[in-house]
Design a protein around this ligand. Structure first.
Ligand code: FMN
Length: 232
């Protein structure tokens, strides 16, 4: 059955458990061949994908991911949004003892068995190709990511379309220097995400997300909800 776009987006869940089914190179190629039509600022397409096949590298990636995951969960446990920027100089990070967090075990199948996931794609982006229009504002910059994350999301959509599924993860970005050296990344690139793909054990047919009139307003940020008067 071919899915329309809404069926695709509403079933493109964060899939973290996979069957043993192998994801072939042909499938990965097909996925990337769909994803490459993503937009980017100035159409500069600064992405670079490393398809991680080597088991020893996968294990090192897993170990780095596990440490990042521990830091992340220490924030969650403390009731914080992990690494949320409040301003550039004052994020929620320092409220947690990161050193202690890194050595505290937090069993989680996805992280602990990441090296066994059917496919791992590291997505890098070349910083000099990003038009970061909010650079220099007195807050955390967010615009640069917009030139690589549509590409990442396309990968997930393309995976779902062919009966696979995956998850975009950024936990590993905490360990960027180690990942750069592990994968021999050129300086001037940043790690945008690790995408994990496989055949989901259980598919989601309808994601839970906020309705349109919950997040859209008319004419002003706190105006009346957009669409409330429409028959949906
Ligand atoms: C930018 C971004 C970063 C994310 N990082 C991680 C991550 O590091 N680890 C992880 O397990 N999931 C990660 N996720 C997946 C989210 O947790 C997931 O998309 C969200 O909880 C919605 O899940 P659902 O689609 O199954 O409802 C990330 C998602 C996005 C968009």
């Amino acid at each position: 059955m071919h899915m329309n776009l809404k069926e695709l987006t509403s079933s493109c869940a964060a899939y973290r458990t996979y069957t043993d089914r192998v994801v072939t190179d042909d499938e990965l190629y097909r996925i990337l061949d769909v994803a490459r039509f993503a937009p980017s600022g100035g159409n500069r397409q600064g992405w670079r994908v490393v398809v991680i096949k080597d088991q020893a590298i996968k294990e090192k990636v897993r170990d780095l991911y596990v440490v990042s995951w521990r830091e992340y969960m220490a924030h969650v446990e403390a009731g914080l949004v992990p690494f949320a920027p409040i301003s550039d100089r004052n994020w929620s990070g320092p409220a947690v003892d990161l050193e202690a967090a890194r050595s505290k075990e937090r069993p989680f199948d996805f992280a602990d068995h990441l090296d066994r996931a059917p496919a791992l794609l590291a997505v890098f982006v070349e910083l000099s190709k990003l038009a970061v229009l909010d650079n220099g504002l007195d807050r955390q910059s967010i615009v640069g990511g917009a030139s690589v994350y549509p590409f990442c999301y396309n990968i997930l959509l393309a995976a779902v379309e062919i009966g696979l599924g995956g998850v975009m993860t950024t936990a590993l970005c905490r360990e960027e220097p180690a990942v750069m050296s592990l994968l021999g990344a050129d300086p001037g690139f940043a790690l945008a995400a690790l995408l994990v793909i496989g055949e989901p054990v259980k598919r989601v047919s309808r994601l839970s997300r906020r309705p349109v009139d919950d997040f859209s307003r008319v004419d002003s940020f706190n105006g009346v909800p957009f669409g409330a008067e429409l028959d949906s």
